[in-house]
Design a protein around this ligand. Structure first.
Ligand SMILES: Cc1cc2nc3c(=O)[nH]c(=O)nc-3n(C[C@H](O)[C@H](O)[C@H](O)COP(=O)(O)OP(=O)(O)OC[C@H]3O[C@@H](n4cnc5c(N)ncnc54)[C@H](O)[C@@H]3O)c2cc1C
Length: 342
């Protein structure tokens, strides 16, 4: 939706923290627009682990990345945020009237007194293994993330890698797959020990196969994989039947255009003060994984706290002549009206 928009707050990043910021801003009557390069909200939760359970969201004993995103979307509904998805935030400049203009590569311009950078790790792209022609299979039979487990039911799957993602998906997809083979170049893993133990159990029971090997070549036509060539530690090669390959070699995290916004950065993170979560540039706030301060933990719950404090400070930038009254949602009828529950 290219166009020019004026609002109170432009949020760069629609991950969990950007979404919760909409809620905290909404309680203070501040309207928000969100920009995200991904084609859906949820950030890492929906892009990297939509079906994995999260256990440390306060009050939710267990919630998947997708469920958490769905709940956040439901929670911000009363505040009707505007999403600009599939757009890269590509430029930021200050207007003469003191407001900021956030621009995207799709031609969208959002003018606001406050910009909240909730860009997580930046624009993240999976590391592509150096296998000739792999790009022709991507999205058809080579996948770097699992969006729907059902898509893999009854398939001959090869998973490559030795980290948490490779091990987790080996364990989670094993019951659905026709066959599942994990390949890793050595018999040692960077994953959680309980996942490694579980994988070895499955292999011992014959439910999956594990080979110390690497994927050397892909065979198939029109993006439909039929087999892969594997090479063992002794360099011996063999063909292995496969119609889905999931390489998990980590992500290349690129801060992307934010690096050119003229913000003070420390190792690709934005230093903030912990009273307001404002950067050293007035009016530009940073919350969630993208910021840094002493004691920072890259946890969703920390990002939620940061969003609450940011909103209080952003209010004073957006409404310099108005007083802010602290209120509880349990007892404030005006907050309940905003939430549509009174
Ligand atoms: C496998 C895994 C498991 C995890 N488990 C847990 C857990 O159990 N508990 C927990 O608390 N945390 C967990 N985390 C960490 C948690 O996901 C992050 O802390 C959280 O996602 C940070 O939220 P965020 O909104 O700050 O950033 P993100 O979720 O990274 O979202 C940032 C968004 O900004 C967008 N963006 C960046 N740059 C641009 C740009 N220039 N233009 C447009 N869009 C841009 C990105 O596309 C992204 O959607 C886990 C992470 C991983 C990878």
């Amino acid at each position: 939706m290219a166009g020019q928009f004026e609002t109170d707050v432009a949020i760069l990043g629609a991950g969990p923290v950007g979404l919760f910021a909409v809620f905290e801003l909404g309680l203070l009557d501040l309207k928000a627009h969100l920009v995200d390069i991904l084609d859906r909200p949820g950030g890492q939760c929906t892009e990297l682990y939509p079906e994995k359970p999260i256990y440390d969201i306060p009050g939710l004993t267990i919630v998947t990345g997708q469920e958490l995103t769905d709940r956040l979307l439901q929670q911000v509904k009363p505040f009707a945020p505007e999403f600009h998805l599939g757009e890269m935030a590509s430029g930021l400049d200050k207007l003469e009237d003191g407001r900021w203009r956030l621009k995207t590569d799709a031609g969208t311009e959002i003018v606001a007194p406050v910009v909240v950078v909730a860009a997580g790790a930046g624009s993240f792209v999976p590391k592509r293994p150096p296998i000739a022609g792999i790009e022709t299979y991507e999205g058809k039979s080579v996948f770097y993330s699992v969006r729907k487990m059902e898509q893999f039911r009854g398939r001959d799957i090869v998973i490559a890698g030795g980290g948490d993602s490779a091990l987790d998906w080996t364990i989670n997809l094993a019951p659905l797959a026709k066959s599942l083979t994990l390949v890793h170049h050595r018999d040692g893993f960077r994953a959680a020990q309980h996942s490694v133990n579980k994988m070895r159990e499955l292999a011992a029971e014959g439910k999956i196969a594990f080979h110390v090997a690497s994927v050397k070549a892909l065979h198939g036509a029109n993006g439909a994989l039929e087999a892969v060539t594997l090479a063992g530690a002794d360099k011996k090669e063999w063909q292995h039947k496969a119609d889905a390959l999931l390489p998990f070699f980590g992500l290349t995290i690129k801060l992307g255009p934010i690096a050119e916004f003229g913000l003070n950065l420390h190792e690709d993170l934005i230093p903030v003060d912990t009273a307001k979560f404002e950067s050293s540039t007035p009016g530009i706030f940073a919350i969630g994984d993208i910021n840094t301060y002493p004691g920072k933990l890259k946890l969703i719950l920390c990002g939620f706290h940061e969003a609450a404090l940011m909103a209080q400070a952003a209010f004073h930038v957006c409404r310099p002549n108005e007083k802010l009254r602290f209120q509880y949602t349990t007892s404030s009828s005006s907050l309940q009206k905003k939430l549509g529950v009174a």
